[in-house]
Design a protein around this ligand. Structure first.
Ligand SMILES: C[S@@+](CC[C@H](N)C(=O)[O-])C[C@H]1O[C@@H](n2cnc3c(N)ncnc32)[C@H](O)[C@@H]1O
Length: 209
C-alpha cells in the first residue's frame, strides 16, 4: 500500500516546498474528506487516492511559490482546488472560494469547519453576480474556463494591481489570442508536478490599465 503522507512530503520536497507537520496533517485530512464526500457529492472524477495526492494536492501546491500574501479569490473552486490547499499553506492570507454549485460549496463549508480554516470563506454564487465589498489582490482558477472568460467574468472584482493566476494544461496559445486588449501576460511558467507526466502551465495575467 502506498503511504500517502510520504508521497505528499516527498512531492512537496521535490518542488522545494516545506510542509509543517500541521500542514501535512491538514492536507491529508482534506483529502480524506474529499474521498468520503465524493461518493455522494461527485466532487472529482479522480477516485484513486494515489492519484488524488498528485492530481489535487501536489498540483495545487505547485502554484504556491507564485501566490503572494493578500486577499485571494478561487473561482470555480469545485471541491477546493487550489483554494483549500492554498488556505492551508498561507494562514496569513485570506481566501474566498466561490462556486455556483451548492453541493460543492456545502462540502467546502464542511472542510472549513472540520479543518478550522478561519482564513477561508465560501461563497455560493455565479461569479458574474458576486459583489464583495472589496476587490481582490489575486484571482486564481483551475479548470474553470478560457482565459478570456476567466478575466472578463472577474474584471469587476479587480483593481489595476490585481494578478490573475490561470492553471492550465498545455500552453493555451489559442486562448491567449482571444484575451481582451487591456490584459497582458506578466509571466508564464511551466510547472512540474511530481507523480504526473501531464503538461502543466501557470499564466500570470494583469491589466494594462
Ligand atoms: C471543472 S470544475 C473545476 C473545479 C476545481 N477548480 C478543480 O480544478 O478541480 C469547474 C467549476 O466551476 C464552477 N463554475 C462554472 N461556471 C461558474 C460561474 N459562472 N460561477 C461560479 N462557478 C462556476 C462549476 O460549478 C465547477 O465546480
Amino acid at each position: 500500500m502506498v503511504d500517502h503522507a510520504r508521497q505528499l512530503s516527498r512531492g512537496a520536497e521535490q518542488m522545494g516546498i516545506a510542509l509543517s507537520e500541521h500542514q501535512a496533517e491538514q492536507l491529508l485530512a482534506y483529502m480524506a474528506l474529499l474521498n468520503k464526500w465524493n461518493k455522494a457529492y461527485n466532487l472529482t472524477a479522480v477516485r484513486d487516492p494515489n492519484e488524488m495526492v498528485s492530481r489535487h494536492l501536489l498540483d495545487s501546491l505547485s502554484v504556491l511559490p507564485h501566490v503572494e500574501q493578500g486577499r485571494w479569490l478561487d473561482v470555480g473552486s469545485g471541491g477546493g482546488m487550489p483554494g483549500v490547499i492554498l488556505a492551508i499553506m498561507l494562514p496569513d492570507s485570506d481566501f474566498t472560494l466561490l462556486d455556483s454549485n451548492g453541493k460543492k460549496t456545502r462540502f467546502l463549508t464542511q472542510v472549513r469547519l472540520e479543518l478550522g480554516l478561519d482564513n477561508m470563506q465560501v461563497v455560493n454564487s455565479r461569479v458574474e453576480a458576486f459583489s464583495p465589498d472589496r476587490p481582490f489582490d489575486g484571482i486564481v482558477s483551475r479548470a474553470f474556463s478560457s482565459l478570456a472568460d476567466f478575466t472578463e467574468l472577474t474584471r469587476h472584482l479587480s483593481t489595476p494591481q490585481t494578478r490573475w493566476l490561470a492553471m492550465k494544461g498545455l500552453y493555451p496559445q489559442d486562448e491567449l489570442q482571444a484575451l481582451a486588449d487591456d490584459f497582458r501576460v506578466q509571466r508564464s511558467v511551466e510547472l512540474s508536478v511530481p507523480g504526473s507526466d501531464a503538461s502543466r502551465h501557470l499564466l500570470v495575467l494583469q491589466r494594462t490599465a
